[in-house]
Write a protein that binds this ligand. Structure first.
Ligand code: SF4
Length: 396
């Protein structure tokens, strides 16, 4: 029986490109500097094979968001990106109003390649600026300076990309509130549709972790001040603070990332990519050789996944609370009841109440959500209300 377009389920497609031109000192994403060009081409060929293997399994889905992330996807040649693009359209039913994002680093894109990407369907670009201060960029060991970023931004606009995200960070070496404000003013002057503001975390195993004690980092109070100032300043420039780290102009939330926070289905292909698909969460090997061999060698016994778990109804509830509370939309008790047949107030609301007086949580018209202040400490609060230790996330 043929499935009509309107009966199809929606799916987000994520493709991971694990290559970078050099490794930033703070980064623990699964990415590395490729030893040679052949490795990149081989990976692209394998990613195409991987998409082909999901062709029939996704027959009753329409892909309405595509996100090519990394790593640095724009390290691939335009021809390699086109090869991936052809495979996307060949193997999946792509909605004609798809949100199609590529992550890019300044210094790896130019006007000609952006024009080709735009023609091929890419309609959103996510550019990692991190800071508008060249000294801070150097401290992060970023390869670009502010001028290179601005060139990329303007090239993207000229190429017709009308939806751009800019990533910036706070809590980075040498940063002051003043320099952070300058970055914010600079970015909003360019007027991207979306801005992501991340706090630097020192991750184990990175060069930053090895010299943690000597890094000239702002202290926690300064970080809090920067985060709160970002929220106020960006609101005054017309950006809605819709998720802990994300701000968007009206109607310009990232539709792909909204799927993660709304617990909707997405399929992530590529080494280390994560999926929530067919009621399971799984991730492909965080080891590029195992990943490529597993797909290239027919009938290979190499396990392709690191993790593959079916989500129980109990876990779904906990995940929903954890992810939805990241959004300024929060959890609507009525919607929660419709979805799960459970009383949110009884299960979680009573615990959240204690955070209302200190101004960390608000309860308005049957909806619990974090205030801006609460978003800064949301991980702590969520770990207090969700019981992860019992293998389920209901409160005892
Ligand atoms: S460019 Fe991005 S993914 Fe690559 S090393 Fe730097 S932070 Fe990590």
């Amino acid at each position: 029986m043929r499935i009509g377009a309107k009966d199809k389920k929606k799916l987000g497609l994520y493709l991971h490109i694990p290559f970078c031109r050099s490794k930033c000192a703070y980064c623990d994403f699964f990415s590395f500097v490729p030893s040679n060009e052949e490795l990149i081409q081989r990976y692209v060929d394998v990613l195409v094979l991987h998409m082909e293997s999901y062709r029939t399994g996704t027959y009753d889905y329409t892909v309405d968001t595509v996100f090519i992330g990394g790593g640095t996807p724009t390290l691939l040649s335009t021809e390699q990106l086109m090869q991936i693009n052809r495979a996307i359209y060949k193997n999946f039913d792509v909605d004609n109003r798809v949100e199609y994002t590529i992550e890019a680093n300044p210094a790896t894109i130019d006007f000609e390649s952006l024009k080709k990407l735009r023609r091929a369907g890419v309609n959103r670009l996510s550019i990692g600026l991190q800071s508008g201060d060249n000294r801070e960029l150097l401290a992060l060991s970023r390869l670009h300076n502010r001028a290179a970023f601005e060139q990329s931004f303007r090239d993207a606009r000229r190429a017709g990309i009308s939806n751009i995200n800019v990533d910036i960070m706070f809590g980075i070496p040498f940063q002051t509130k003043d320099s952070f404000m300058k970055t914010l003013r600079y970015v909003t002057w360019l007027s991207p549709e979306h801005i992501s503001v991340y706090g630097l975390k020192i991750e184990e195993g990175t060069p930053f972790a090895a010299k943690r004690d000597t890094l000239p980092l702002p202290d926690e109070d300064a970080e809090y001040d920067m985060y709160m100032t970002a929220g106020e300043f960006l609101a005054s420039r017309g950006y809605e603070h819709y998720e802990i780290s994300n701000f968007a102009k009206r109607g310009m939330r990232c539709r792909h990332n909204m799927k993660y926070w709304n617990c909707e289905e997405y399929l992530g292909l590529g080494a280390s990519a994560h999926s929530y698909f067919n009621n399971s969460r799984f991730s492909f090997k965080r080891d590029i050789d195992a990943y490529m061999n597993g797909l290239e060698i027919k009938n290979s016994r190499i396990k392709l996944t690191d993790e593959n778990v079916e989500i129980s109804p109990h876990e779904r509830v906990g995940e929903y609370v954890m992810l939805r509370m990241r959004l300024s939309d929060g959890v609507d008790c009525r919607e929660f009841y419709r979805k799960f047949g459970l009383d949110f107030d009884r299960l979680y609301g009573s615990k959240l109440q204690q955070y209302i007086n200190p101004g960390l949580v608000q309860y308005v018209n049957g909806v619990y959500s974090f205030t801006a202040k609460g978003m800064f400490v949301s991980n702590y609060i969520l770990s207090e209300i969700l019981d992860f230790s019992q293998g389920n996330t209901f409160m005892g």
